[in-house]
Design a protein around this ligand. Structure first.
Ligand code: 3H9
Length: 697
């Protein structure tokens, strides 16, 4: 079947773009569109055309799988120029998604009608690129420079009503978009309206305040640090407002190609597919399409439980929130109210939305009230006996088939599952704090968790707006296992000659929003200290261990909350502390370590290569299904800079053999305490360029 179909409904031609599932712009679409336009010109039976996507969606943009490869002609730009040159009016019928190149096709039509639920947007920035088919030039001509700039920089889509208000959409249709567009096209012809060619519109760009571009650059300096595409977008939209269309379009093309060639584009498009791949579980049938959950229960109204309950309420799922005592329940609810009130004050939600969401949360102290929910998530104190007690009770009250989720970051899922008579329905759901904000959910399958429960848990995670990954049960799962080696490596570098502020600066230079020691200070140092004290009895004393963190806690310095940790604090402002530097120097001397200069490059390399090494162990042991799941965990749960693609992607970019050599070097220097991952060794020896190749060789 051809990618573009040409048909007619009496006097109106219908051009249908077909490339399931999202009608991405393939070579077939580009060539087929030009052919269809030739037919339109030659077809004396029609006076206008409607352009529509097959299925219930328009076009989700360029085919992202083709990025980085040479594109077969013709280009999208050639197809769009042919469209604007048509002497017969072309009306876009928009439904589903009109994103990226899809919206750009629509912008080059003479008019646009849309259903209210359509998603209209230019999300290229999220892929490290910018609109490259005239979007930066045509959108400002329809909506003005300022609004176009906001929309392209945010990458977020707008719906049909907003599109109408902005001037992207000319008319909303309530029913069938094709019928609506045909009726609109007939009206245009009957009224003999002159063709409206977007690239020739000048009013709105002419009226754009030229100061907005410098403002956008300075206002976002911190947010855009290290990023390429936002700056290119500003430059292109500025050109739209100051140059003739042809010159602006030529600049757009040049800048677009620069973004396409950048390593950031490679990392961000990798993340696009990695995020989707993470939901594919080999033993869960692809055709399992679980129904959305209609009700949820959450046990524990602490910070985590409250955040999880908010995540359900935020997408309209009624949730019962259970606490042991009325007092704890009241405190939990007050915290939820406070969080919503902050969002209202910031303008991110309206008062009405806050009221609706709060109304969906029903507080209770009675287990008898919660049993009919499709899913329950337990988020009580992180203690095995306490959690086992909760699960014994849940086993008695929850309806058969409900997902029994436990929000644990450290405990053995099987020990929790095995106190119930239905361990196949128990699964770990490790949320990250604040749970209503952080995107990652690390779902953890126990030894007996059924594939159906896994599939349903991955689906409900997406339903509440999270990015799920699946891990197998082990100490630390994926995320905290990698975090442990990352922290340990940083501690060793302190002993060897670095300072906390140097390490933090180097990591921030790489793109982490916050360095490790600032993060530890913010989270509080005392909990980890207590856990280490408990684990001391089991520790292998032959392995290298850094006592710096313990010594800091012994001084009563527990981080930001006590005004001092690795840094000194005034409020939340951290300053380097000579006392800590002296403590580090003394500890190194006590351990017999001769300090030396540690370069920023060494810091970044050591941190990333030990992360990738641990990730390779995790993949090799089957804890993660694939290397990209480790990256998804790090990007969505631990602040790893998305435009660097995650530690496993980073390692592939450096060359797995080079990473192996570094890791082996650290191993030799540091003695017994860890081994290069077998998968990394295999990759290096076989010359594999990717983790995937290494795994199959
Ligand atoms: C661009 O347009 C550049 C232009 O300016 C320049 C032109 C010259 N390409 O997300 P889903 C796949 S840049 C290839 O699970 P949903 C996706 O991988 C592009 N494949 O469904 C998945 O495959 P699989 C700007 C794509 O309903 C399947 O389709 N556009 C593309 O949750 C279903 O996707 C964007 O950035 C694509 N463009 O969400 C839009 N899009 O089943 C990117 C999707 O094998 N796409 N796939 O895993 C999206 O945001 C979402 O996919 C969408 C649907 C909202 C469309």
């Amino acid at each position: 079947m051809s990618s573009v179909e040409y048909s007619s409904k009496n006097d109106v031609a219908v051009i249908t773009l077909i490339n399931p599932p999202v009608n991405a712009i393939s070579q077939g679409i580009r060539a087929g569109l030009i052919e269809a336009l030739d037919r339109l010109a030659a077809d004396s039976t029609v006076q206008s055309a409607v352009l529509i996507g097959a299925g219930d969606t328009f076009v989700a943009g360029a085919d992202i799988k083709e990025f980085g490869k040479p594109l077969a002609p013709p280009t999208t730009l050639e197809a769009l120029a042919a469209m604007e040159a048509s002497s017969k009016p072309i009306v876009a019928a928009l439904a589903g998604n009109a994103l990226g190149g899809g919206l750009e096709i629509a912008l080059a039509c003479h008019w646009r009608v849309a259903v209210p639920k359509v998603k209209l947007g230019l999300p290229e920035i999220t892929l490290g690129i910018m609109p490259g088919a005239g979007g930066t030039q045509r959108l400002p001509r329809l909506v003005g420079g300022a609004k176009a700039l906001d929309m392209i920089l945010s990458g977020a889509p707008v719906d049909g009503s907003k599109g109408l208000q902005l001037g992207i959409v000319d008319e909303l249709v309530e029913g069938d978009p094709l019928e609506g567009a045909i009726a609109f096209a007939r009206r245009i012809v009957a009224e003999k309206r002159p063709l409206r060619v977007t690239s020739q519109l000048q009013d709105k760009v002419g009226n754009t305040d030229p100061a907005i571009f410098a403002e956008a650059r300075s206002k976002n300096e911190k947010k855009w640090k290290g990023l390429l595409s936002p700056y290119k977008i500003v430059e292109a939209v500025e050109a739209a407002c100051t140059l003739p269309f042809a010159e602006g379009a030529a600049l757009e093309l040049k800048l677009y190609r620069e973004t396409q060639a950048s390593p950031q584009r490679a990392a961000l498009t990798y993340m696009f597919f990695a995020e989707r791949e993470a939901s594919k579980i080999p033993d869960v049938p692809r055709d399992l399409k679980p129904a959305p959950v209609k009700s949820a229960s959450v046990i524990g109204a602490g910070t985590m439980g409250g955040g999880i309950a908010m995540s359900f309420a935020n997408v309209g799922v009624p949730v019962k929130l259970l606490e042991a005592s009325q007092d704890a329940l009241d405190k939990g609810l007050a915290r939820i109210q406070g969080n919503y009130a902050t969002s209202v004050a910031r303008g991110s939600i309206s008062q009405a939305q806050m009221d609706q969401r709060l109304a969906l949360i029903t507080p209770t102290t009675e287990y008898a009230q919660i049993g009919d929910a499709d899913i329950v998530v337990e988020a009580v104190f992180e203690n095995m006996e306490v959690k086992q007690g909760v699960f014994r009770t849940l086993d008695g009250v929850m309806k058969p088939g409900a997902i029994l989720g436990t929000n644990t970051s450290t405990l053995d899922i099987d020990q929790i599952a095995n106190v119930t008579k239905r361990p196949q329905e128990v699964i770990g759901m490790h949320f990250f704090s604040p749970a209503n904000v952080m995107k990652l959910v690390e779902n953890v399958r126990g030894g007996k968790t059924s594939p159906e429960i896994i599939g349903r848990t991955m689906a409900v995670s997406r339903q509440i707006g999270k990015v799920p990954v699946l891990a197998r049960n082990c100490d630390g799962f994926i995320g905290n296992r990698v975090l442990a080696v990352y922290g340990r490596e940083c501690d060793f570098m302190l002993e060897e000659g670095a300072t906390p502020w140097q390490i933090d600066r180097a990591l921030q230079g790489f793109g982490f929003p916050m360095g490790l020691f600032l993060m530890r200070d913010m989270a509080g140092l005392d909990v980890g200290w207590r856990i280490r004290a408990y684990r001391e009895q089991f520790r292998d004393k032959t392995l290298r261990y850094s006592p710096i963190g313990d010594r800091i806690c012994e001084l009563g310095r527990f981080g930001q909350k006590t005004g001092a940790g690795y840094y000194k604090y005034i409020g939340r402002d951290a300053t380097p502390d000579p006392e800590i530097e002296a403590l580090i120097i003394k500890t190194a001397a006590d351990l017999g370590i001769k300090r030396r200069e540690v370069s920023d490059e060494e810091i970044v390399w050591r941190v990333l290569s030990v992360m990738a090494n641990e990730g390779a162990k995790i993949v090799g042991e089957g804890i993660a299904i694939r290397a990209s799941d480790v990256d998804v965990t790090y990007v969505f749960g631990y602040g790893f800079p998305r435009h660097q693609g995650g530690p496993m992607f980073w390692a592939e970019q450096q060359g797995l053999d080079k990473v192996y050599a570094k890791v082996a070097g650290y191993h030799a220097e540091q003695g017994l305490f860890w081994e290069p991952a077998p998968l990394l060794v295999k990759a290096a020896k076989s010359g594999a360029k990717s983790w995937k190749d290494a795994a199959v060789e």
